[in-house]
Structures are given as C-alpha cells and as structure tokens.
Design a protein around this ligand. Structure first.
Ligand SMILES: [Cu+2]
Length: 322
C-alpha cells in the first residue's frame, strides 16, 4: 500500500468513527448535564392574572382553574425556565435575579437558564398590562424561593376573585361618590400597588422611594387642611363636569393651589408615570403607574380622588387650645 493510500484509509476510518462517536459523545454530555438541570415551565394566564406550572392547552384553557405557581428551588440548582403565554402578550420580569423583562407572545417559548445561587425569596411579575386581572395579584406576582420555604400564610395574596367582576356591567350604583371611589379603588387594581385604603408600603425593587407611594395623604398634598375642606372639595368632584378652575368652591382656603394639585393628580392617573430608579444603572422597577385613561372615565377618576381625600387623618381639635 502506498503511503497516500494508507493516509486516506486512516482518514476514512476516522471520519466514519467520528460520524458516530462525536454525536454520541455530545448526546451523552447533554444527557448528563440535562440530568442536573431542573426544567420549570411557567405559563402566563390573563383570565386569572397568574403564572402557573400547570399544563395549559386549548382543551382546558376555558374550563380549568389553574393553580398559581409555587417555586421552591434548592440553593445551587441549575434551572431551565421555560416561559410561555397561554393567551395575550405577557412580559416576564424577575429583577432581583436579573431575568427579563421578556416579552411572551402566545405560541412562542422563551428559555432562560440560571443557577439558583442567591438564597432568598424573590418576586417575579408581568409588566405588560395584559387584562382586567393583571393587577389583582400585584401585577401577576409570583415568588421564587431559593433555599427557603415560602410561607403561604404570610405571603400577601390579593383577593383573586375580585378581578372576575365584570366592572362595566357589574358596577353597582352608588349615591355616595366616596363609596363609588372606594369600590373602584378596590376593583380596578389600584389597591394592589397602593395598598389597602391607599396606605402604600408595597415594595418596588430599585424604586427611588423603596415602596409604592401611599395615597392616603392626598388631601394635604391638595392643600385641604381640614375635614370641612375635604367635604367642600368633594362637592366640586360630585358635579358631573368636575371641578373647574374658574368656579372656586366656597369654603376652601386656597382654591388655585388645590385645583392645580387636583389637575396634576388627574394627569398622573390618566397618563401614568414611570418610576424613578434608586440606582440609575440598576434594573427598571417592576411596578409602575400605568395610564388609566382607557379604563377609567373622568367621573370615575373624580370618585377615586374623592375616596382618597376622605382617607386623610386630621388631628382632632377640641377648641380648648390643643
Ligand atoms: Cu400582566
């Protein structure tokens, strides 16, 4: 055999063996690494406003009531997170672990690989306003626990069935504007971020103020200094057209200022406002004030403002010098 023939035979053997052995070795390596990877599938569901690990398909989507995901991970686990949407566009965001925001289009799958090496409990959210139920679990919030157990008793879960109320057709009639405002505050989702009765205190990661602002001191921000002034401003809110700059309400000490502040509150509710970052180079805070102008009309906004100013606590004056 000539030298050249020997070389070409050797090469042929190498090629044949390689063609079988290399994919096999690759497969083997994949199998061993897959073995240590835990795969978790999370599906975003608009009608419940939750993420679920349940299998969601065309057959069970409308019938089933899915269980919110419970993610308890072992410290050090390698995770393969498969993200899906069952219906509309959701946006998955877990800022503390640096995952997302990832847009989830129905029919597509997104995969995120990460190592669960940071012990703690981390929230994740949907940051796309995906439907009426979006807000009711604090913007589709779920929790990932790494090396810890989630205490379901203390984990704040917002009253989920509230979002099932069809707001437009089920809106009860109210004679009292403050009560109507309270109902809207509870059912339209304001409560999930701004807290019960607007008391605030919901953490917002990398937000300059740390927690979502309280709204129960709105009256003093609107320069309403007493219960009487709140009542007077409420009268202006009760008028169908709402307060007007050139129609000062009697009994208010500083109508121009109160009116200007009122206008700025309306502007924020209608247009939304982006949250300021604490660390400018850090991730976007997950909770933000969206624009409500598509979901709340002017009278509804005025009734929410009436409710919020009624929540202000004023110091009692007894008239005896204290
Ligand atoms: Cu959403």
């Amino acid at each position: 055999m000539k030298f050249r023939e020997i070389i070409s035979s050797v090469l042929a053997v190498v090629a044949v063996v390689g063609a079988f052995a290399i994919p096999f070795a690759y497969q083997k390596q994949r199998m061993t690494s897959d073995h240590n990877v835990r795969t978790i599938t999370l599906t975003g569901l608009a009608p419940q406003g939750i993420w679920t690990q349940d299998e969601v398909n065309g057959g069970n989507y409308w019938k089933a009531h899915f269980k919110p995901a419970e993610l308890n991970l072992k410290a050090g686990e390698q995770i393969r997170l498969i993200l899906r949407s069952a219906d509309v566009v959701h946006r998955f965001y877990m800022p503390q672990l640096g995952i997302g925001p990832i847009e989830l289009v129905p029919g597509h799958t997104e995969v995120v690989n990460f190592k669960a090496d940071k012990e703690g409990i981390y929230p994740y959210y949907c940051t796309a306003v995906c439907g009426d139920c979006h807000f009711h679990m604090l913007n589709m919030r779920g929790l990932v626990a790494i090396g810890k157990e989630i205490d379901t008793k203390t984990a704040p879960i917002i009253n989920e069935p509230l979002c099932m109320v069809n707001i437009t057709s089920d809106l009860p009639s109210f004679t009292d504007i403050t009560q109507k405002g309270h109902f809207l505050f509870q059912t339209r989702g304001c409560v999930t971020c701004h807290g019960v009765d607007g008391a605030g205190g919901i953490p917002n990661f990398n937000y300059v103020r740390g927690t979502v602002p309280a709204l129960n001191t709105l009256a003093s921000k609107m320069s309403l200094g007493s219960k009487d002034e709140v009542e007077a401003f409420t009268k202006a809110l009760e008028i169908k057209e709402g307060p007007a700059k050139d129609k000062p309400e009697p009994g208010l000490s500083n109508w121009p200022l109160s009116f200007a502040q009122y206008q700025s509150v309306v502007k924020t509710i209608e247009g939304g406002s982006p949250p300021l970052k604490a660390d400018p180079n850090g991730p976007e805070p997950p909770l933000f004030m969206p624009s409500w102008k598509e979901n709340l009309d002017h009278e509804q906004i005025n009734s929410i403002i009436a409710f919020l100013i009624s929540e202000q606590k004023f110091e009692e004056h007894t008239g005896w010098g204290n």
